[in-house]
Design a binder for this molecule. Structure first.
Ligand SMILES: *Cc1c(COP(=O)(O)O)cnc(C)c1O
Length: 223
């Protein structure tokens, strides 16, 4: 169940850490999202394209919608006209498609590169050592209508706090290195998206400036 005081406590904590709160609304209904919207929340994250499009259509147009889940190239066209930030770019091919679709709707699309930092095999993302070469390629041959705004990562789902800290630190170190390098040439590389309900405190402590929180705000997902 959604609780306003829960939301306000989390928001205060996230703000104190100079971070942005993405309210992850996947599986939640439009009225549930509107309830949080009425508390002032404007940034919502979804992990499925179809669900994102349907909620965009139903809900107020001043919401910033973030895609946080795996994106297939053939679905980019559905979100390109309105999405605010894509957290989950995990291949060069996908970036090319995003660029193409962004041109078609005369927008510049902000993207984060998803980095695989967890032990689990199943999570998508670039390996940490692939990021610098990719950014160098993009610097030499820029893809039009795209801005690479930072990195996103998910830690292993574990009770081992030290492991989570280590994984977040790996991502934060990579982020800092790029952010302060010549690869951050246009100063767009400013977002470090890490931390979910179970580990956002650890993520903030490691320097996250964007957390993606669902169940702690909306209550546990049944679907
Ligand atoms: C579902 C999801 C979240 C939020 O998960 P909670 O544990 O509910 O906070 C964050 N990031 C991604 C990529 C997700 O898919």
């Amino acid at each position: 169940m959604f609780s306003i005081s829960n939301y306000q406590n989390i928001l205060a904590e996230v703000k104190a850490g100079n971070a942005t709160l993405v309210a992850v609304s996947k599986t939640k209904t439009a009225p549930e999202i509107l309830h949080l919207y009425n508390q002032g929340q404007r940034i919502f994250g979804e992990n499925k394209v179809q669900e994102l499009v349907s909620k965009y259509e139903q809900l107020p147009k001043d919401i910033s919608w973030h895609l946080i889940g795996h994106l297939q190239s053939n679905k980019v066209k559905y979100i390109a006209p309105f999405v605010t930030l894509i957290h989950s770019v995990d291949s060069y091919k996908l970036l090319q498609t995003i660029s193409k679709e962004a041109i078609k709707c005369s927008r510049t699309l902000d993207c984060l590169l998803q980095v695989h930092i967890a032990e689990e095999e199943t999570k998508f993302g670039f390996l940490p050592h692939e990021i610098t070469p990719l950014l160098q390629t993009l610097q030499q041959q820029p893809l039009p209508n795209i801005r690479i705004c930072g990195l996103m990562g998910m830690a292993t789902f574990t009770d081992n706090t030290q492991q989570i800290q280590r994984e977040f630190k790996t991502l934060a170190d990579l982020f800092k290195k790029i952010n302060s390098s010549a690869l951050n040439i246009q100063n767009h590389f400013t977002v470090l998206s890490m931390g979910m309900s179970s580990d956002y405190k650890l993520a903030l402590a490691q320097g996250s400036n964007m957390v993606r929180i669902g169940s702690l705000i909306f209550g546990a997902r049944t679907a």
